[in-house]
Design a protein around this ligand. Structure first.
Ligand SMILES: Cc1ncc(COP(=O)(O)O)c(C=O)c1O
Length: 410
């Protein structure tokens, strides 16, 4: 049985060449592949700097720590995060000794609803952390406007979105910092990996220091003490083993950068295939709109479709539907339940009920793959599998009046 996976890996000839070249040069620590990857990624996301580290979570953690240092936040200051996201988004707030304050989401885009931010602001609010979920940029203008008016910083979690533009500008270029992931099953896969983008040289340097144990910026690469004469060499020797802030060990290697760079070189094809697949799947699933909410793309916004999100309408038993798909080889995941996670229920008891839109999406939402490895025949198979479920299960659950009886389908 063919599996319709959530993600996809197809390392190119160029990728293999780059990895072998890194090995031939006996070079694993930051070198030319990391530097090139960072430079091109930054350019494509209209940022001056990109800092490559070992995961999207690490990127978020050091980006928030850099903001914390720059703006002198205190323990317990508040960071506004959507109530529907992958758990890492809000974990890193807690891990920075700050307090996540959750925001209601838009039931059509699944991203945070900008009109619901103001009601959650307090004198301790410091950062808005919008998450561009599934490949779709958030509605950034009202977020940026509010942040400006209230003196807040914006940090974008773009782990699920690359190359997409909102009103002509790419994700990762709106906030003081943006964070991305190159983990398996993301848009651009390098193995493990993450990036922080910023236009601010000082913030980039703080991030580089934070990912290397908090090291003095005079020595953040092993090449920094090469071919340097006195008196700089004397300075470097004196300071290169200085640690000036509490840091982490979040460096990646040239091997991940080499693969990621080879993928970056073919990004237009990657994104075009995702958009084509998503458009075809949307057309094929249109007949089932009474049972499924399909992705919606707001005007002036591009979607990169890391994944294809769906929401089962209220009369549909999501668990039974997902089991039907899984049994036929179609991989599924829930649409990022957060406040209902066992650990979050413990940390924030009872909070989920304050966010009915997020709660409904967490209960009825799910996603499937839409990556470039899928062919037309796969997408037709997906549509046929949904059709089969609605035809058989719902027909047997339809009572004499022709209306669906939820109880009968359970
Ligand atoms: C929204 C979001 N933020 C952060 C992350 C963390 O990225 P990583 O897995 O590279 O640590 C993910 C990863 O799946 C994500 O989906």
């Amino acid at each position: 049985m063919r599996t319709i996976t959530l993600g996809y890996l197809n390392i190119s000839e160029q990728g293999r060449k780059y990895v072998l070249d890194a090995l031939d040069h006996n070079r694993l620590s930051r070198g030319k592949y990391t530097a090139q990857f960072e430079e091109r990624f930054a350019e494509l996301h209209e940022s001056k700097h990109a800092v490559f580290c070992n995961s999207g979570t690490s990127a978020l953690q050091i980006a928030l720590a850099a903001l914390r240092e720059r703006h002198h936040y205190r323990d317990g200051d508040e960071v506004l995060v959507p109530a529907l996201t992958f758990i890492a988004t809000s974990n890193i707030v807690l891990q920075n000794n700050l307090t996540p304050v959750f925001l209601e989401v838009d039931p059509r885009t699944y991203n945070l609803d900008p009109s619901r931010i103001e009601e959650r602001l307090t004198p301790r609010s410091r950062v808005i952390l919008p998450v561009h979920l599934c490949g779709l940029p958030c509605e950034m203008d009202p977020i940026l406007d509010l942040a400006r008016r209230r003196g807040l910083q914006v940090l974008e979690d773009s782990a699920e979105t690359m190359f997409a533009r909102y009103r002509g500008r790419p994700v990762g270029s709106f906030g003081e910092l943006g964070c991305f992931s190159t983990y398996i099953a993301h848009i651009l896969v390098g193995g493990v990996g993450g990036l922080v983008t910023t236009k601010d040289a000082e913030l980039a340097t703080i991030c580089r220091s934070l990912m290397a144990h908090g090291r003095d910026h005079i020595y953040l690469n092993i090449d920094d003490d090469d071919q340097i004469g006195d008196p700089q060499l004397e300075q470097i020797v004196k300071r290169r083993y200085n640690f000036v802030r509490l840091g982490y060990s979040y460096r990646a290697t040239e091997l991940e950068a080499a693969i990621a760079l080879s993928e970056l070189e073919r990004w237009p094809d990657n994104i075009a295939r995702r958009r084509q697949n998503a458009a075809l799947l949307t057309t094929l699933l249109k007949p089932f709109e009474e049972h499924l909410q399909l992705p919606w793309i707001p005007p002036d916004t591009e979607h990169s479709f890391m994944i294809f999100p769906l929401v089962a309408r209220e009369h549909i038993d999501r668990e039974r539907l997902l089991l039907h798909l899984e049994r036929r080889g179609i991989e599924t995941r829930y649409l990022f339940p957060l406040l209902g996670q066992p650990i979050y229920q413990k940390l924030f008891p009872g909070l989920e009920s304050e966010y009915p839109a997020a709660r409904n999406l967490a209960r009825q939402g799910f996603f499937i793959g839409v990556h470039p490895g899928l062919e037309r025949v796969d997408l037709e198979f997906i549509a046929e599998t949904f059709s089969e479920y609605f035809r058989t299960t719902l027909a047997s659950a339809t009572g004499p009046s022709g209306r669906l009886h939820r109880a009968a389908s359970e």
